[in-house]
Ligand binder design. Sequence first.
Ligand SMILES: [Mg+2]
Length: 359
Amino acid sequence: MNAARRVIAHLDIDAFYASVELQRHPEARGRPLVVAGVGPRSVVTTASYEARRYGIDSAMPAARARALCPDAIFIAPDFAAYRAKSREVWSIVRARFETVGQAGIDEAYLDVSSLERPLPALRELVAQVRERTGLQISVGVGPSRLVAKTVSSAFKPAAFVAMGREQAAAHFAGHAVRLLQGIGPKTAQRLAVAGVATVGDLQRADHTLLAQRFGERQALALRARAHFHDDSPVETSRVAKSRSSERTFPADVSDQARLEQTLVELACELGVGLRTRQRRVRTIAVKVRLDDWTTVTRARTLPHFTDEGATIAATALELLRAYAPPRPVRLLGVRVASFDDESGGTPAAGHGGQLTLQL
Ligand SMILES: [Mg+2]
């Protein structure tokens, strides 16, 4: 019918680290479980759904999580175990689907446009992953990455929901603008001052007024996002020139120790991705977005290729310390580039070799 029809799925493993830990600690089943680093300044890496009922969430200081639910079981993260499990899951996915763009240790986008019946194929995949790994995947399906991700996030755990663009725009109209990827607390606050609280408000917001406050480009981007317009491609590892992992904090962070811990976690995630793909890199960059949206990138190219999270982390930490963020940080990211097999990369069919450079 429509040659340009795009069908994108976002797959997200439910409470990934907590689920892996529950498999290893069956006695914790049904109880609130929190995976968090040790030490007074550590943050929550992940929380089981039982723990989330107490208001515990990722990136929250572990001390606060303990205060919210003293009876929760606290377990230190074991990234080697998560890496192994992640590899298991995504190799099952890659065996069944061609265009898989991994976006993190527990999430990926699939371009399933070429499939005649994508939903049954995805359902089979979810069942197979559950059967073989014991993990539940949430699936959001839509015409874009934005719709797919919003849907999987909104309906997880055990989500399996498909929506069109207009349907998403209508369905989420009553939700706070924070629902939209890329709109964090500060932007939400600035929008609130302009009388824009919900996605629907943003859809209807006066462009001139938005442009006055945010500038022409960001105003257009915000409006497009509220209407769920997004044509970004699913970036597979074969076409990727760089990979990045980033985190927007629920509240801006000044605490250097917390920034550094987050950076280490992001670096470890990237290391996992590299080893999964058997690729190595030489260039490591950090991206820091301050509370005033100033975005700074610092990069360094190493003399040798690496796929080690520890090496990426060490370099990223040096870069962060050298920059020494002068204001609270809203987003922190790590990017790796200069792959050892760069010249051999061929664009995946159907994407016209299009690249999405995240920095
Ligand atoms: Mg997840």
